[in-house]
Ligand binder design. Structure first.
Ligand code: S5P
Length: 478
């Protein structure tokens, strides 16, 4: 901590107490929960020196971060961010709490462009609901929100809640520091201190308000840009795939279902520039050799795509472990991702995890098949997600046909997509890229014969890439 921060934290806390911005008694917070302590930083606008001190302390936390704009959460943080903006020459934007009924009807005031980074400033954080509400409005405008700085953290779960939503939040002061300073200077007695600490311990994990949770459900995975989702992802391979999709502007996975190695390699070479994933069924290859794998690995690096072996593991853990690592195909050695049916229970994942303990290995669970007459009931899908969640370090997402409820860092893959047909003769059912992405909530679209069976696979791959990626980008705008 710098000398500036050290000396001013204490001074600032005492000043806030003296002006009545820190109060003890019985209060009800915005979330509805009761509290024996209350911070009312609105008061500081009447004390310009104190306002400047608060703004300076906030600046110390912000100054090493990269951002294009500052946005204070209305209303209390508005004057604080204005002071920071003026003193350090960073442009500000304002999020309106109410939409104007006349003129532009804008929700954000100021000059900004899509893709720019905006840092959020807040005075006090409890659950983080106010920060996330502001972030979602800004995100809708395609601003990138990855950081927030708050003056006081009440240590009631807010930082963790925001982190889960892709916002890394730092605070100037923790409520415990405030209490310690006040006790040290005999502003509160030991009894008040103990009671307040006991209260804080029993309310240390306040979740987002109901309204905020409703807002997030509707916006998080579906409407969040890929890079923000990459930040929200806890799984390193999910982060890598989301980043790759953003970099290559492709959410297209091509399924090369051929029995010839030559054909497989030739498709990988031709289609590589347009895809984020190449999906294989390595056990259908007639002339399989180690060279096939070597070439696939080289092409995956050359064209920046990941290898996805659609093995659909489904046996007991011990068998799956050997099927994954070993045998002639030795899948674990080369496939970044594999598929698994969770029908046999968590043992499948345990077996895979045991063999694939690397940051660049992961699994996609088949929650729902695209074929007609499949046995995937809603209860089965729900249970599949539960198993996937408990293996979150290894499971990066789900193959499914509907927008199932998963966190923003989890990826949904949808096969059964074609521009040419509505079905095949063996039960496959097709929809268009737009239906897959917009109605079924797909992040990655899996296309096989629609590309590989066409006369010009390269032209077709570019056509699918564009339609799938455009549909995905449209989701960020809605
Ligand atoms: O539900 C599913 C799951 C998968 S992984 N339905 C599917 O069709 N797949 C696979 O996606 C299937 O094994 C094939 O490799 C690809 C679809 O191929 P297409 O030629 O029908 O597009």
């Amino acid at each position: 901590m710098s000398d500036f921060v050290n000396t001013n934290l204490e001074k600032c806390t005492l000043e806030l107490f003296n002006i009545g911005a820190i109060k003890f008694g019985e209060f009800v917070l915005k979330s509805g929960i009761k509290s024996p302590i209350y911070f009312d930083l609105r008061l500081i606008i009447s004390f310009p020196e104190l306002l400047k001190m608060v703004a300076d302390l906030i600046w110390e936390k912000m100054k090493n971060k990269k951002f294009d704009h500052i946005c204070g959460v209305p209303y209390t943080a508005l004057p604080i961010s204005t002071v920071v903006s003026v003193q350090h020459n960073y442009p500000m934007i304002i999020r309106r709490k109410e939409m104007k009924s006349y003129g532009t009807k804008k929700l954000i005031e100021g000059n900004y462009s899509a893709g720019e980074k905006c840092l959020i400033v807040e005075d006090v954080i409890v659950s983080g609901s106010s920060v996330i509400e502001t972030a979602q409005v800004l995100r809708k405008e395609k601003l990138c929100i990855t950081d927030a700085v708050v003056f006081l953290d009440r240590e009631q779960g807010g930082l963790k809640n925001l982190e889960k939503n892709g916002i890394n939040t730092e605070s100037v002061l923790s409520i415990y520091e405030v209490l310690n300073i006040l006790v040290k200077h005999e502003k509160i007695d030991a009894d008040t201190f103990t009671k307040t600490v006991a209260y804080l311990k029993s309310y240390s994990e306040v979740s987002f308000s109901k309204a905020t949770r409703a807002l997030l459900k509707d916006q998080s995975r579906i409407n969040m840009p890929l890079m923000e989702r990459a930040k929200a992802a806890t799984n390193p391979l999910a982060q890598r795939l989301l980043t790759l999709m953003d970099r290559k502007k492709s959410n297209l996975c091509v399924a090369v279902d051929t029995q010839s190695s030559v054909e497989l390699i030739s498709m990988a070479e031709k289609l590589g520039p347009y895809i984020c994933l190449l999906k294989t069924h390595i056990d259908i290859i007639d002339d399989f050799s180690k060279e096939t794998i070597q070439k696939l690995k080289e092409l995956s690096e050359k064209h920046d795509f990941l290898l996805f072996e659609d093995r659909k593991f489904a046996d007991i853990g011990n068998t799956v472990k050997m099927q994954y690592k070993g045998g002639v195909h030795n899948i674990c050695d080369w496939a970044h991702l594999v598929t698994a049916h969770p029908v046999a229970g968590p043992g499948v994942l345990q077996g895979l995890c045991k063999a694939g303990l690397r940051d660049d290995r992961g699994c996609v669970i088949i929650a729902e098949m695209s074929s007609s007459g499949n046995l995937n009931t809603p209860a089965y899908i729900e249970d599949s997600i539960k198993i996937g969640n408990s293996f979150g370090g290894f499971v990066i997402g789900y193959v499914c046909q509907s927008s199932i409820d998963v966190d923003a860092g989890v990826i949904l893959f949808t096969p059964g997509v074609s521009l040419d047909a509505s079905s095949d003769s063996l039960g496959q059912q097709y929809v268009t890229p737009e239906t897959a992405v917009n109605e079924k909530g797909a992040d990655v679209v899996i296309v096989g014969r629609g590309i590989t069976g066409s006369e010009n696979p390269v032209e077709r791959a570019e056509q699918y890439r564009k339609r799938c990626y455009d549909a995905l980008c449209k989701r960020f705008e809605s």
